[in-house]
Write a new protein. Structure first.
Length: 133
């Protein structure tokens, strides 16, 4: 779990992203209240989806979902593209996976939580926007 600083930095970046998307979506130039809620819902959904996507991909990576791709790239593609005299670091995929598991894996839960919160806020804004009519 990230420390307090990780949460604060992630939140600040998310806030900056949200404000930039607000200007891109021209939320402040909207004519009616319903249009403001719709555009705000779009902004919060896009920002939340980006953050939740990063959090989800980091979780998949921590569970070992990309290990086979990384192993193939390190042992075959990299040695094919850049010829070296160094022997391959891992003899088998099992050895590679065992070392990765031994080192421990980290993921970014704060991205998934912040992104999920933004998506929930987006759905609430959309519901309020439809209720305003």
């Amino acid at each position: 779990m990230p420390g307090k600083t990780g949460w604060m930095v992630s939140g600040a970046i998310l806030l900056a992203l949200t404000v930039a998307l607000m200007f891109a979506e021209q939320v402040f130039a909207s004519s009616g209240i319903k249009e403001v809620f719709e555009r705000l819902s779009n902004v919060f959904f896009v920002a939340g989806l980006l953050y939740a996507g990063v959090g989800g991909l980091s979780w998949v990576g921590a569970m070992g979902g990309f290990d086979s791709i990384a192993y193939i790239f390190r042992n075959f593609a990299l040695h094919s593209l850049i010829p070296t005299k160094q022997p391959k670091k891992y003899k088998s995929y099992y050895d590679y996976k065992a070392e990765k598991d031994e080192k421990g894996r980290r993921w970014l839960p704060h991205f998934l939580i912040l992104g999920g919160g933004m998506i929930i806020v987006s759905v609430i804004l959309l519901a309020v926007g439809y209720a305003v009519v």
